[in-house]
Design a protein around this ligand. Structure first.
Ligand SMILES: Nc1ncnc2c1ncn2[C@@H]1O[C@H](COP(=O)(O)OP(=O)(O)OP(=O)(O)O)[C@@H](O)[C@H]1O
Ligand SMILES: [Mg+2]
Length: 301
C-alpha cells in the first residue's frame, strides 16, 4: 500500500523550521544541546525521543516561545517565534492547571483569551465539547485537587485542543495515564489530528506510541551536546490502526530501529558526535517482516 505524504510536505519550506538551536547554562563546559536542526511540515505528526535530560522539554519550551535559546532560531509559518502565542497549544510535562479554578474555568480561561469577543454561552459550549472529548464531563465542575493525575493530564490536553491552535506541542501528554485510558486518548488524538490536519510536536518515551502516532521521528542523542542525530520516516500507511499496526511488515524493522538507537547508538553520539544536519532514514522500507533492521535500513537524504 502506498503511503500518502503529510499535507504540505511538498510545499518547499517547512511549516516549522528549527535552525542551529543550542542551550548552554553558565558554569558548564559543554552545552546541553547544540546544532539542533529539523523541520516540520504542516499537518505532520512528529515525535521526538531521547534519554532523560538530553533537552527535549527545553526544545519544546523554545518552540512554545516560553524559553530563550543560547543560539539558533525557530520559525513558524514564516515568522520567527519570539514569545508565547495562542497559535501554539502546549500540554506540559506537569499538568500546569490553575489549582483554584474548576476544570470548566481552567479551560474557559484559555478559550476566552483566544476569542475575547465570544459570549459566555459560546465559551461554555467550546469547553464542554473538549471536556467531553477527554471523557471528563462528569468532573467538569471539580477543582484539580479532586482529580487523579491522569484526569489532570486529560484536562491539560482538553485545554490545548480547545484553543484550536495552529500547532500542538505535547510534552509526554499520556505519561500519567493507565494503559487503557492512554489507548483511548491516543485514538482520540489521532482522530482529531487527522480531521483537523493539526501539526504536532510531541515528546514521548514510549516507542509503541511513537510508531503508532508519528509520521516522522526525531532521534535525539544523549547530552551533553545532544543533537537530533537522525530523522526516521514512518513508512506505514497514515491510516494505521492500533489493533492491526503490528501486522504491517514495516512495524518491527521500524520499532527495532528506535529501540536500537535508544539502547546503544544514542550514547555513542553524545558530546556533539551526531551530525548537525541529520540524515533521514526509512527502516524497513520494502523489507521482509523478519529481516534484521540493519539489513533493511535505507538512507533517503
Ligand atoms: N537551570 C538550569 N541549570 C543548569 N542545567 C539545567 C537547568 N535547567 C535544566 N538544566 C539541564 O538541562 C538538561 C535538559 O533538561 P530537559 O528538561 O530539557 O530534559 P528532557 O530531555 O526533557 O528530560 P526528561 O526526559 O527527563 O523530561 C538537563 O540535563 C538539565 O539538567
Ligand atoms: Mg522533559
Amino acid at each position: 500500500m502506498l503511503n500518502k505524504p503529510a499535507p504540505g510536505a511538498a510545499s518547499g519550506r517547512p511549516f516549522l523550521q528549527v535552525e542551529g538551536l543550542a542551550k548552554a547554562y553558565p558554569g558548564s563546559s559543554e552545552p546541553v544541546f547544540d546544532e539542533v536542526n529539523f523541520g516540520i511540515d504542516r499537518g505532520e505528526f512528529v515525535c521526538i525521543i531521547g534519554h532523560s535530560g538530553c533537552g527535549k522539554t527545553t526544545i519544546l519550551n523554545v518552540l512554545a516561545g516560553l524559553e530563550g535559546a543560547s543560539a539558533g532560531h525557530v520559525f513558524m509559518d514564516g515568522r520567527e517565534v519570539a514569545g508565547p502565542s495562542l497559535e501554539r497549544g502546549v500540554v506540559f510535562q506537569g499538568h500546569a492547571l490553575m489549582p483554584w479554578l474548576t476544570v470548566r474555568k481552567n479551560i474557559a480561561f484559555a478559550v476566552r483569551s483566544k476569542w475575547p469577543d465570544w459570549t459566555s454561552a459560546q465559551v461554555d459550549a467550546q469547553v464542554q465539547k473538549y471536556v467531553a472529548l477527554v471523557g471528563l464531563s462528569g468532573a467538569i465542575d471539580k477543582k484539580p485537587s479532586a482529580l487523579s493525575g491522569g484526569m489532570k493530564q486529560r484536562v491539560g490536553i482538553a485545554r490545548a485542543f480547545a484553543i484550536e491552535p495552529k500547532m500542538l506541542l505535547l510534552d509526554e501528554p499520556f505519561g500519567a495515564l493507565d494503559a487503557l485510558t492512554r489507548g483511548t486518548i491516543q485514538d482520540e488524538l489521532l482522530a482529531i489530528v487527522r480531521e483537523t490536519q493539526q501539526t504536532v510536536f510531541m515528546i514521548t518515551h514510549d516507542v509503541d506510541e511513537t510508531v503508532l502516532l508519528a509520521d516522522k521521528i526525531l532521534l535525539m542523542s544523549n547530552g551533553p551536546q545532544a543533537r537530533v542525530a537522525e530523522i526516521v520516516r514512518n513508512t506505514m500507511p497514515r491510516d494505521r490502526q492500533r489493533a492491526t499496526v503490528h501486522h504491517d511488515p514495516q512495524y518491527y524493522p521500524l520499532r527495532n530501529h528506535l529501540v536500537d538507537f535508544l539502547v546503544a547508538r544514542s550514547k555513542d553520539l553524545s558530546h556533539g558526535k551526531a551530525p548537525a544536519h541529520p540524515p533521514t532514514v526509512e527502516p524497513g522500507r520494502g523489507a521482509l517482516a523478519d529481516a534484521p533492521p540493519s539489513v533493511t535500513l535505507k538512507a533517503v537524504a
